[in-house]
Design a protein. Structure first.
Length: 187
């Protein structure tokens, strides 16, 4: 068997190693260097394109995020400003309602409850309140003035010496002014 192997190896020409081939022929070495250089340049260019595209994608994502954050802050500020403006407008309407109440001779302290969402609503509420307030006052005055029928005066019994003797010291103190009058009339 060894002979067969030796024969096969003798018959086949031995192929040179790639490094030996390049070292033996400088033209091969230059061609190989050019091919490797081109492959490296192509790979580097591809890598730079991909890295550039990736950087641009990241930059675009950061820009979109920054824009989104800025828009959210602007929207929040606008909402805060709108709330402040609405509160300011409500306060102005409340001041106007207080002035109307004062001109009508009504207490301005009712302004917070009579302030509406619009000037027309405020004016309507003040007019309704004015009518109800004056009606309520008129009714209360009328009721107090009408009152009940006056009570008939009850004559007090005349005070004489026998009545005085039967009175307790407390009763005398309660009716002292009458007793003085009665005594002054008898003297």
């Amino acid at each position: 068997m060894e002979e067969v192997m030796m024969q096969n190896s003798a018959q086949e020409p031995e192929q040179p190693d790639f490094d030996q081939l390049l070292a033996a022929n400088r033209d091969y070495q230059s061609a190989f260097d050019r091919k490797v250089g081109q492959a490296l340049q192509t790979a580097r260019a591809k890598w730079e394109r991909e890295a550039g595209a990736q950087r641009e994608q990241m930059a675009e994502a950061l820009r979109r995020q920054a824009d989104s954050d800025a828009q959210a802050r602007v929207a929040e500020r606008e909402q805060t400003l709108e709330l402040r403006e609405a509160e300011f407008a409500r306060r102005l309407r409340q001041v106007g309602v207080a002035e109307r109440l004062t001109r009508s001779g009504l207490p301005a302290s009712f302004a917070p409850w009579l302030t509406g969402d619009t000037e027309e609503e405020c004016a309507e509420r003040v007019a309704q309140f004015d009518g109800m307030f004056h009606t309520a006052i008129a009714d209360a005055v009328r009721e107090r003035m009408s009152g009940g029928a006056p009570a008939e005066p009850t004559p007090s019994p005349a005070l004489d010496a026998s009545t005085l003797k039967g009175m307790s010291p407390r009763e005398i103190n309660q009716r002292w002014s009458e007793i003085q009058q009665a005594l002054s009339q008898h003297t």
